[in-house]
Design a protein around this ligand. Structure first.
Ligand SMILES: [Zn+2]
Length: 347
């Protein structure tokens, strides 16, 4: 058996990140201005003026120094909105690190198993970053918290940001669908398993960067016929909770992308029928199900409002309608709460 070499007590300079942090314009030493006033011969006015200017500059720098140090030590301002959320809601986390302009990669934001993708705030500019979190439908109501971590002068820092989760008041409905979609045959079960694997891969393949710039919009006009979160009983036996929003409509009516992004899936699925999934980046996906026709292809860039397909009743559907889903960090969120939460992020 080989033994591990003992750790030498004096050696591990690399355990002291403060000493190892390379100087950068932000955290490095301030440039020193050396005044040589004693060396200036009397009567040489231009030199004196230069010296005076240099000393004024030094004074200005000296005045700025404590503020810099204070800023280095000051934690960023972290804001959540909305301040109070329901189960199934999307949550925006804003990290304002100004006047320091730490890069987004310098922060880690986590909530439950979610690690948030941060991006520069589209309106507030440099030094302010935002990320999106999802409160799952299954989240226990009560106080929850989100953790923001960063490194300050080589020292790891973190803050727990508490927030309150209220139980959403979701109704129940009973639906009649093709029995095949309630008690799938063994070959159908095998197909469902394959599709679930594929969907998992699709939702794990998102762009870490934000691909949208304008806010999100409803994919079709008209009223919501099936709200998010409703507890559903199919054919009196199968129970599930509605993972998106339904819009009843006529077969053949156009369906539009709710935001800009890249098509990651465009095919027929057992439950969703003809489906399109769009990656919007930064952990956000939207999906459009039960289409009669798909009008985009995988890999295609779509803009907000661009047609992705036509309304239909394919898959597990009671009639022609659109099922519109939004996922944040692979968690289904109420699409309306997502639109509200991200509205302030549009320039
Ligand atoms: Zn639906």
């Amino acid at each position: 058996m080989r033994r591990r070499a003992p750790v030498k007590a004096g050696a591990p300079a690399r355990l002291r990140p403060i000493a190892m942090r390379p100087p950068t314009p932000r955290n490095g030493p301030l440039p020193a201005i050396v005044l040589r006033s004693a060396a200036i011969p009397a009567g040489r006015l231009p030199l004196l003026r230069a010296a005076l200017l240099a000393s004024l500059l030094t004074l200005a720098l000296a005045a700025a120094l404590p503020e810099r140090l204070r800023a280095e030590a000051a934690p960023p301002r972290i804001t959540l909105f909305p301040a109070s959320v329901e189960t199934g809601d999307a949550l925006v986390v804003e990290i304002d690190g100004r006047p320091l302009q730490r890069a987004a990669q310098e922060y880690t934001v986590s909530f439950a198993e979610q690690r948030l993708a941060l991006f520069a705030h589209p309106v507030k500019g440099r030094g302010v970053h935002v990320g999106l979190a999802a409160v799952p439908l299954s989240a226990p109501p009560g106080t929850a918290s989100l953790t923001v971590a960063w490194v300050d002068g080589g020292r790891p820092q973190s803050r727990r940001i508490p927030f309150h989760i209220t139980a959403g008041a979701y109704g129940e409905e009973r639906l009649r669908v093709d029995p095949r979609h309630v008690q799938p045959s063994p070959p159908d079960l095998e197909r469902i398993r394959r599709e679930q694997e594929k969907l998992k891969r699709v939702y794990a393949s998102g762009s870490p960067s934000r691909l949208w710039s304008e806010g999100f919009q409803l994919p079709v006009p008209g009223e919501v016929s099936g709200p998010f979160g409703t507890r559903r009983v199919f054919n009196g036996e199968l129970r599930s909770q509605h993972s998106g929003l339904d819009f009843r409509s006529q077969t053949g009516e156009p369906v539009h992308a709710s935001g800009a992004g890249v098509v990651k899936l465009a095919e027929e699925l057992f439950y969703s029928g003809n489906a399109v999934i769009v990656d919007h980046g930064a952990g956000v996906f939207s999906s459009y199900s039960h289409l009669s026709r798909i009008q985009v292809g995988v890999g295609q860039r779509v803009e907000r409002g661009q047609r992705v397909g036509l309304i239909g009743a394919t898959g597990r559907a009671t009639g022609p309608h659109l099922h519109w889903g939004v996922k944040v960090n692979s968690v289904n969120v109420n699409p309306l709460s997502f639109i509200r939460a991200t509205a302030a992020l549009s320039p």
